[in-house]
Design a protein around this ligand. Structure first.
Ligand SMILES: *[C@@H]1O[C@H](CO)[C@@H](O)[C@H](O)[C@H]1NC(C)=O
Ligand SMILES: *[C@@H]1O[C@H](CO)[C@@H](O)[C@H](O)[C@H]1NC(C)=O
Ligand SMILES: *[C@@H]1O[C@H](CO)[C@@H](O)[C@H](O)[C@H]1NC(C)=O
Ligand SMILES: *[C@@H]1O[C@H](CO)[C@@H](O)[C@H](O)[C@H]1NC(C)=O
Ligand SMILES: *[C@@H]1O[C@H](CO)[C@@H](O)[C@H](O)[C@H]1NC(C)=O
Ligand SMILES: [Zn+2]
Length: 503
């Protein structure tokens, strides 16, 4: 009898204990989960009541887009190549919401590849444009008479070639292939980084030749600004080299002419779109060049800095990191101007762990870079990661670029997931949207938000990323404050828009 009572008492105590343990367990679990949600990018943002309503709408769509695939991963778009689902993205409600979102700034874009291939093709209808077609290569040059430059077939007026073809639509579609890597044909997608960069460089080369003609450069840039503006981007930091632009009468301009063009066109654009904030210029040099050339370009950059202090932001090196010279090779020139000039270096746009390219990250940080372009490899460097966090150096992540240029195939494995989780200073950008037919920013935001960030990441993360684009820009403190005020005004309109149109 006694023993039954004792057993009963013991059982009750034990059950209570288990209940208490499970309760404690759940409390601890919720606390840890909450802690991680707070650490991630946007975790500290408090949403207003209205924002919460909009957030619920957004999250319903986002989770619906994700949840069905855990059973059917073979249909999951984000683990496939961007080109397979690019044209379907607009069907997504999350995308449509993101498309309407005011995005602040684009901080990592290269001038020659900002504009869509469609608009480039339209620009080829200008007079005096000669073409040299060789196999799958195309050179374009404006000239009054047949250009006196090398062509291993022959220079022909593009208008004549176009007019002599049977089907002009088909001709223009073909022409477009020279302006973008985008293709539905899988055999055009190379598997390795060097082959994709080779294709990419070919596209760059054709476009750069085409837009070296001053009047076209002006129109090109104006239209690029318009495409960005229509994607709700109000400010852009453009990376650009300093080519010699030319006129039809043979005049060749000096290296400072292009920045003058940027300045002029941006002013004109702002006049016609008063809510546009403007642009700044990051002067770039190809990393295949040498130190002597760097000294020369840095001299011009200094001159620009004096003449256009509002336009000039800093200096960077471009071109495939793996095949170019590492930053270390340029140390003599870079160390000399360190402190006089801001750096915005590309760094760690590589999968080669522990190689010279990978160490560009180290030198970029030691040289005081203001932001890091890509920083794809940063996740493998704990000390550098800590420095980037403590010095608040923004990582400019360009997801689609990393897919197309072969760093990642399933974006769920993109290191951005970790940077977001760790609450790193991240900004999203698009690198060369024209080169892969992406929106100026909306596609990159969409893929990052649905395909890479946590299922739980919500409107707060989007808002923080947009604020980051202003916070880490090269604008001065006053201009940042004004910009953020303007952005938050636009943001309120956006929130009402979600509630009205997506419920
Ligand atoms: C995913 O891709 C399929 C086609 O492969 C498409 O029908 C669907 O709309 C896509 N979903 C999104 C959200 O892009
Ligand atoms: C196109 O070619 C036709 C003859 O084939 C000619 O009559 C016409 O003037 C040409 N148009 C242009 C714009 O060159
Ligand atoms: C011209 O080419 C386009 C694109 O290839 C095609 O859709 C169209 O049917 C062609 N038109 C004619 C008249 O052949
Ligand atoms: C895809 O590209 C390959 C190689 O260029 C070509 O042989 C093939 O015909 C193309 N396929 C389609 C459907 O266009
Ligand atoms: C060449 O053309 C440009 C642009 O139209 C003009 O500004 C310049 O004066 C011209 N130069 C000569 C030598 O005609
Ligand atoms: Zn870049």
């Amino acid at each position: 009898m006694y023993s039954i009572v004792i057993q009963y008492v013991l059982f009750m105590l034990c059950a209570q204990n288990i209940a208490r343990n499970i309760q404690n367990y759940n409390i601890e679990r919720a606390k840890l989960l909450e802690e991680e949600l707070t650490i991630q990018v946007g975790g500290n943002i408090k949403l207003s009541d209205e924002e919460n309503v909009a957030n619920d709408i957004l999250m319903q769509y986002k989770q619906r887009e994700l949840d069905e695939f855990i059973q059917n991963p073979k249909y999951f778009n984000f683990s496939r190549h961007y080109f397979t689902y690019k044209d379907d993205i607009e069907k997504s409600e999350v995308y449509q919401i993101i498309k309407r979102m005011p995005k602040g700034a684009a901080l990592h874009v290269h001038s020659s590849l900002m504009l869509s291939a469609e608009r480039l093709v339209a620009l080829t209808y200008e007079d005096h444009l000669y073409a040299c077609f060789v196999d799958d290569d195309l050179k374009l040059h404006f000239s009054v008479t047949v250009p006196q430059r090398p062509c291993s077939s022959k220079w022909q007026l593009l208008a004549d070639v176009r007019n002599s073809t049977e089907n002009i639509t088909a001709f223009d579609q073909n022409l477009k292939k020279h302006f973008t890597l985008y293709s539905r044909n899988e055999s055009d997608w190379k598997n390795d980084i060097n082959s994709n960069w080779k294709r990419f460089n070919k596209v760059c080369h054709t476009i750069k030749g085409f837009i070296a003609y001053r009047p076209i450069r002006e129109r090109f840039f104006y239209e690029a600004l318009k495409e960005f503006y229509n994607d709700k981007i109000m400010y852009i930091e453009v990376r650009s080299s300093l080519p010699n632009l030319y006129e039809l009468n043979g005049t060749v301009h000096d290296l400072t002419h292009m920045p003058r063009i940027y300045n002029k066109v941006a002013k004109q654009f702002k006049k016609e779109h008063p809510d546009f904030i403007g642009i700044k210029l990051i002067v770039t040099m190809h990393r295949a060049k040498n130190v002597a050339k760097m000294f020369e370009i840095i001299e011009v950059a200094k001159q620009l800095n004096t003449e256009f202090p509002d336009l000039f932001a800093g200096f960077d090196l471009v071109g495939q990191e793996d095949l170019g010279k590492p930053l270390m090779d340029f140390l003599p020139a870079l160390a000399e101007v360190e402190g006089e000039m801001n750096f915005y270096f590309h760094g760690g746009e590589t999968n080669w762990y522990g190689m010279a390219t990978d160490e560009n990250l180290l030198d970029a940080i030691l040289l005081g870079t203001k932001r890091i372009g890509h920083g794809y490899a940063l996740i493998k460097h704990p000390s550098l990661l800590a420095l980037v966090k403590s010095r608040d150096i923004a990582i400019e992540v360009n997801v689609i670029s990393n897919i197309v240029l072969s760093l990642v195939s399933d974006v769920r494995n993109h290191p951005l997931a970790s940077y977001l989780a760790l609450g790193m200073p991240v900004v999203l950008s698009s690198d060369d949207p024209g080169a892969w037919g992406a929106d100026p920013l909306s596609h990159d935001f969409y893929i990052a938000f649905v395909g890479i960030a946590s299922r739980r990441a919500d409107l707060r993360m989007l808002k923080q990323l947009v604020i980051n684009s202003i916070k880490y820009s090269a604008l001065n403190a006053d201009d940042k404050t004004k910009f953020i005020t303007e952005l938050l005004r636009e943001w309120d309109i956006f929130i009402k828009d979600i509630i009205t149109n997506f419920k």
